[in-house]
Design a protein around this ligand. Structure first.
Ligand code: IPE
Ligand code: IPE
Ligand code: MG
Ligand code: MG
Ligand code: MG
Length: 333
């Protein structure tokens, strides 16, 4: 296979012997202020997404409704929240919210396509019927294209940035979602990783990790970080992206449709970390990646507690019965 220059995913050892569920990940108590800050930020992101979708120009109502169905009123908003937190600068707040919204639009477009009958054939997304179930496949595809291009337009016209910075960020985001990034990962997901030189972790990196790394690069441009902080932020985001997809693959098997607000059991015939290595290894790998992300945090020049709150919040999605007894885990290891 030509052109398989993909990041080497084995950037840290997953069998370090550390506690499987580190202490920092277990405690969510005493976080009221941080939770309120994240909650307010989430409302601002939701409001801004609504505003950015609004247009004075003519748009077919059906197409606009499909875009709004997919984008508004659901989703964890994990990417825009983490993006604003990675920028971590009050004087760049408006610009960072807009860029976070651009990423959320691109991500939502990928979800609409991911749910199509020719891909995962899903019925439920963000607690609602999938876009193609409500509007038909043709309109769903057009809504995905429209959200993808709107995201790129929002990024390339964001206020408070020089032309050079905007152009660099636009190149970074579009590079992360195309044929050498997210779309590549999705293609490999459909065709299987066998027969390529890529393993499941590299596929996950393309599907999901690469967009997180792109967010770190854009956040570094916006917040003008030092070279060392930039490297740490990219390391943090790459580990987080890998944790995120490993968690998602685990949840496909262990969580319920109701709890996730989307279909489960869709990966049974796919080559995922769970189908190749089992639930226990996937869970361990996910926590190790999350822990590696946490270890990179103090070197990023960001508000650490806010980001840790977000890491704990995704960890909280894991059903309690598989937040296993630490004694069993130690034996497992
Ligand atoms: C789901 O992403 C698809 C993956 C890349 C794992 P999210 O879990 O962030 O989905 P939403 O945005 O909350 O719906
Ligand atoms: C899709 O992965 C990741 C994308 C890049 C869209 P999944 O197919 O596992 O995502 P979910 O589980 O449907 O959200
Ligand atoms: Mg999929
Ligand atoms: Mg899917
Ligand atoms: Mg999934």
């Amino acid at each position: 296979m030509s052109g398989t220059r993909v990041r080497n995913s084995a950037t840290f050892c997953t069998t370090t012997g550390q506690m499987v569920e580190p202490q920092w990940l277990r405690t969510l108590g005493g976080q009221e202020f941080v939770a309120q800050t994240a909650g307010k930020l989430r409302s601002r992101i939701d409001d801004r997404l609504r505003t950015l979708l609004d247009t004075d120009e003519y748009a077919p109502p059906q197409l606009l409704s499909a875009m709004s169905h997919a984008l508004l009123g659901g989703g964890k908003r994990f990417r825009p929240l983490i993006f604003v937190m990675m920028v971590s600068r009050e004087d760049c707040l408006d610009a960072s919210i807009d860029i976070g919204c651009a990423v959320e639009m691109v991500h939502t477009a990928s979800l609409i396509l991911d749910d199509l009958p020719c891909m995962d054939d899903a019925e439920l997304r963000r607690d609602k019927p999938t876009t193609h179930k409500v509007f038909g496949q043709a309109t769903a595809i057009l809504a995905a294209i429209s959200l993808l291009t709107l995201g790129i337009r929002v990024l390339s016209t964001v206020h408070g940035l020089g032309d050079g910075a905007r152009a660099r960020m636009t190149a970074i985001l579009s590079h992360a979602v195309g044929h050498t990034g997210l779309a590549a990962g999705q293609e490999i997901d459909l065709r299987g990783v066998s027969g390529t030189s890529l393993d499941v972790e590299q596929k996950n990196w393309l599907k999901t990790g690469r967009l997180f790394a792109a967010m770190a690069e854009m956040a570094s441009i916006l917040s003008q970080r030092s070279v060392r902080q930039q490297a740490s932020l990219t390391e943090f985001a790459s580990h987080l992206g890998s944790a995120f997809q490993a968690l998602d693959d685990l949840m496909d098997v262990v969580a319920t449709k109701n709890a996730l607000g989307k279909d489960t059991g869709k990966d049974i015939d796919r080559e995922t970390m769970v189908t190749k290595s089992g639930e226990a290894v996937t869970r361990r790998t996910y926590i190790d990646y999350l822990h590696a992300a946490n270890l990179a945090l103090p070197h990023c020049g960001v508000e650490e507690e806010l980001i840790r709150f977000m890491l704990r919040s995704i960890h909280g999605l894991v059903p309690s019965e598989i937040h296993r007894n630490p004694v069993t885990e130690l034996v497992d290891r």
